[in-house]
Design a protein around this ligand. Structure first.
Ligand SMILES: *Cc1c(COP(=O)(O)O)cnc(C)c1O
Length: 435
């Protein structure tokens, strides 16, 4: 018998096989060549027959163009930082796709001259917050704070309540951020209480601004007091409010969550916020407020270092003007609807494995509305499915939440359009776990 290894095809010969043309077009020659090399090596070692080399390569062709892949967020945390915070609406995704190509970002097609960058997004934001004299957008909430600190304080002082020296996540702290751009942070009051006189006494000729930071990811309760923006407004320095979560107007479900319009009405000179929390848009830093101050922010050299890219601007505009975001929809859905969905899913899984529809409580997450429990529902499955569901290669990975020795697949942050994917993936996980 002849040794099949002697017929191992050459790498270039395999690469030029027409069956690989689409894969090369989609993923690039370099990536596919690496797969071909690996398959040819297996052939030389005798574990793949020469006829199967191309099939072996095709099996290894990635499903997604890069390392990002879709995941189902069944954690019950609506804005999950580790899962990319707010998902965009389908319309915003389409706007991003268009903006990714050649687009008149700073070009006026009528005159052929230069135009304002991101004008559509800025107009949309100004339209959504008429209370603001002007608006500006940068890369994220932290970028907005850095720009505010550099512009309004420079190497001078920023007065902030001790109880608002927030750590925003991943070890980053707001006062360190402010000091990293050269400002000096003057903390006033006690951890739990601060008075108007604490602020007033701290103001010196060196003071650039008073900063109020919303304690967006923790709560201090008990013997507490804070000073309202309206009481700070008459002080002789600008008052900047970092609301964090990006609500532009009050939301009935989150009475304790500050919003830009209310803060501006109360006398805030500038409000800063993130775009990808409760606003439900792309990662961005929003600044809204007094026209003269926003103009100074816009013209500061650092503004160029934190400017928003065209994909962000495209998504933000449509988030503000288009259909409701997935975040808004999730937050507006009644528990009964989640329970019905959970029941439908469980009915489909009956006979396949142990699944129950249960009421549950989700959270906003992403550093927004701490302590607010959102009525939801979940599909409860055995806890041993957790790794199978998260590690799926062939199906969409599902990240759930372990509670009382069950794995809860909470539906509040699951797009109803993904319910079928979820059923398929859970069925698959049941059969794998049974082996
Ligand atoms: C989230 C948050 C930030 C940081 O915003 P990013 O967009 O994550 O940079 C700053 N301040 C507050 C109060 C926040 O909640």
């Amino acid at each position: 018998m002849q040794d099949p290894r002697r017929h191992t095809p050459a790498v270039d010969a395999v690469l030029s096989d027409p069956r690989l043309a689409t894969a090369i077009a989609n993923h690039g020659r370099t990536r596919i060549k690496a797969l071909v090399r690996a398959a040819v090596k297996l052939c030389r070692e005798g574990s793949v027959v020469p006829d199967q080399v191309v099939e072996t390569v095709l099996l290894g062709v990635p499903v997604f163009p890069g390392s990002m892949r879709p995941v189902i967020n069944a954690t019950g945390v609506v804005i999950h930082t580790n899962l990319g915070r707010a998902p965009l609406s389908a319309t915003a995704i389409e706007a991003v796709r268009i903006a990714a190509g050649v687009t008149p970002l700073e070009f006026d097609l009528t005159t052929g001259g230069r135009s304002q960058r991101g004008r559509g997004a800025l107009e949309a934001l100004a339209g959504a917050v008429p209370q603001a004299g002007a608006v500006h957008v940068v890369n994220n909430g932290a970028g907005a704070l850095a720009l505010v600190a550099s512009t309004l304080a420079g190497s001078g002082e920023i007065v902030i309540a001790r109880g608002e020296l927030v750590e925003i996540g991943d070890g980053f702290r707001i006062f360190e951020l402010l000091e990293s751009v050269g400002a000096r942070v003057v903390a006033v009051g006690a951890t739990n209480r601060v008075r108007l006189s604490d602020y007033a006494d701290a103001i010196t000729p060196e003071t650039g601004l008073i900063l109020k930071v919303h304690p967006s990811n923790f709560q201090i309760t008990g013997f507490t007091s804070a000073v309202a923006v309206a009481d700070l407004a008459p002080l002789p320095v600008p008052v900047v409010v970092d609301i964090g979560s990006g609500l532009l107007t009050p939301h009935q479900r989150f009475p304790d969550e500050p919003d830009a319009t209310t803060m501006l009405r109360a006398g805030a000179d500038v409000v800063t916020a993130s775009g990808d929390k409760l606003l439900g848009g792309p990662q961005a830093g929003l600044m809204m407020g007094r026209r003269d101050l926003i103009e100074r922010l816009r013209r500061h050299p650092l503004a160029r270092a934190v400017r928003a890219d065209k994909l962000t601007l495209a998504a933000l505009e449509v988030t503000l003007t288009g259909p409701p975001t997935p975040t808004a929809t999730a937050l507006a859905t009644d528990q009964s609807e989640f329970l019905e969905r959970a029941q439908r899913i469980v009915t489909r899984l009956s006979g396949i494995g142990d699944a129950l529809a249960v009421p549950s409580h989700g959270a906003v997450g992403g550093g927004s509305a701490p302590g607010v429990a959102l009525p939801s529902a979940a599909v409860s499955v055995p806890v041993n499915l957790v790794d199978y569901l998260r590690r799926q290669e062939a199906h969409t990975p599902i990240v759930g939440r372990v509670e009382a020795r069950r794995l809860l697949l909470d539906l509040i942050a699951v797009d109803p359009g993904d319910d079928e994917l979820l059923i398929t993936a859970v069925s698959q996980a049941f059969s794998k776990a049974a082996k």
